[in-house]
Design a protein around this ligand. Structure first.
Ligand code: ZN
Ligand code: ZN
Length: 349
C-alpha cells in the first residue's frame, strides 16, 4: 500500500509499505479522508513530538476493510469515523473519567510514532476498534467527519472551563480549534465572544460564525488590554481560550483576563513562556491545560450529523494524496489564512 512517511525535517516521502495484517481484535480501515492537524505541521517543520519514520495523520474517516477474530462492533463495508487513541480504562485517571491524561493512552495514539502508523496512507490498522471506531451516521459525509477529532478537543476545552451563560470570553487565534471553540460557545449557550486574530481571512470566518467582535492584536498594539477592559466595564474577560500557542498569546491572556478569571491553554507551545507568577498570584488567575478529549467524540459526531456545525467554513481546501506536501503541509506553513486542509486519500500519483 502507499503511505506518506516523515523521513526528515520538512521531508515526507510516499513509500510502498506492506498492508498491515490484522490480528485478533483488530480492524483494518481503508482511509477515505484525513485532515492535516497543526501538530502534524509542527512535526513536519520541527520534528517536535513526532519522530522520523512516522506515518502521520489522526483526523480520519474511512471504510472497514477487514476485521480480525473477536471483533463485534463493526463489519467490513461499514463507514466509520476514527478516534485516534484509546485510554486503558483501568488506571487511576481512567477510573476518574479523565481519559485524556491516561498515561497508557499515549502508546495507542496513531500517527505520532513509527510503532502506530497513522492515516496518511491507504490503510490504517486500528488496535482498539471498540473504543476507536464510530459508525458514520446518515447525514454526515465522510469528509466532514474528519473534523470530529479537532471538534472533540474544542468541546473538551469548553467542558473543562468554568464557562457559564453570560460570560465574556476571549478566544485567541481563529484557527481550527479557536473557531471550533467559538462555534460551540455560540451553540450551547449565549455569551459574548471576542476573537483575536491577525489573518483577515480567518477573521472573516470568525465573524461568519457569530463572533461578537474580532480584533487584530497587531493593529491594536499596546492598546489591546485597555480595549478589552473598556469592552468589559473595566473588569476584563471572564476567561480566555488560548488557541494560538505563541508566547504573545499567553502574555495577552494574562493581561486581558479578569482577576479571578481563567485561562485555558489549548494551543500547542513549542517554546517556554516567561510570565509573572506574582501577577497570577495576586490576581488569583487560574491557568488550565487542555489536552485531547475525554468522551466528547460521540457527541461531536451527533452535532456534525445534525448540521449544527458550519463545516464548510472550516474546510479551507480538499486535496488528493499526491498533493499532501506541496498543496498541504508546505501551503500551511506559507499561509496564515488556511484553517483545515482535508486530504482525500486517493490519487497517489
Ligand atoms: Zn489533531
Ligand atoms: Zn488509563
Amino acid at each position: 500500500m502507499k503511505a506518506a512517511v516523515l523521513v526528515g525535517l520538512r521531508r515526507i516521502e510516499i513509500q510502498n509499505k506492506p498492508k498491515p495484517v490484522v490480528e485478533s481484535g483488530e480492524v483494518l480501515v481503508k482511509v477515505e479522508y484525513c485532515g492535516i492537524c497543526g501538530s502534524d505541521v509542527h512535526g513536519y517543520q520541527n520534528g517536535i513530538v513526532i519522530p522520523v519514520g512516522t506515518v502521520m495523520g489522526h483526523e480520519l474517516s474511512g471504510v472497514v476493510s477487514e476485521v480480525g477474530r473477536e471483533v463485534y462492533s463493526v463489519r467490513p463495508g461499514d463507514h466509520v469515523v476514527v478516534k485516534p487513541s484509546a485510554p486503558c480504562r483501568s488506571c487511576y485517571w481512567c477510573r476518574k473519567g479523565q481519559y485524556s491524561i491516561c498515561p497508557n493512552r499515549r502508546k495507542t495514539i496513531i500517527g505520532v510514532n513509527p510503532e502506530n502508523d497513522g492515516a496518511f496512507a491507504e490503510y490504517v490498522r486500528i488496535r482498539y476498534p471498540g473504543q476507536m471506531l464510530f459508525k458514520l451516521p446518515s447525514g454526515l459525509g465522510a469528509k466532514e467527519a474528519a473534523l470530529a477529532e479537532p471538534f472533540s478537543v474544542a468541546l473538551h476545552g469548553v467542558r473543562l472551563s468554568r464557562f457559564k451563560s453570560g460570560d465574556c470570553v476571549m478566544v485567541i487565534g481563529a484557527g481550527m480549534i479557536g473557531l471550533a471553540v467559538l462555534q460551540l460557545l455560540k451553540l450551547v449557550r449565549t455569551s459574548k465572544v471576542i476573537v483575536l486574530e491577525i489573518s483577515e481571512e480567518k477573521s472573516r470566518v470568525a465573524q461568519a460564525l457569530g463572533a461578537d467582535l474580532v480584533l487584530n492584536p497587531l493593529s491594536e498594539g499596546g492598546g489591546l488590554r485597555d480595549r478589552i477592559f473598556d469592552l468589559t466595564g473595566g473588569i476584563g474577560a471572564d476567561m480566555v481560550f488560548d488557541c494560538a500557542g505563541v508566547p504573545m498569546a499567553f502574555q495577552t491572556s494574562m493581561d486581558c483576563v479578569k482577576s479571578g478569571g481563567q485561562i485555558l491553554v489549548i494551543g500547542v507551545y513549542e517554546q517556554n513562556v516567561p510570565f509573572s507568577l506574582y501577577n497570577l498570584l495576586h490576581r488569583e488567575i487560574e491557568v488550565k491545560g487542555v489536552y485531547s478529549s475525554y468522551d466528547e467524540f460521540q457527541e461531536v459526531i451527533e452535532l456534525l450529523a445534525d448540521g449544527k456545525i458550519d463545516t464548510h467554513l472550516f474546510i479551507s481546501d480538499t486535496i488528493s494524496a499526491k498533493g499532501l506536501v506541496e498543496k498541504g503541509f508546505e501551503r500551511l506553513l506559507a499561509s496564515k489564512d488556511l484553517i483545515k486542509i482535508v486530504v482525500r486519500m486517493d490519487e497517489w500519483q
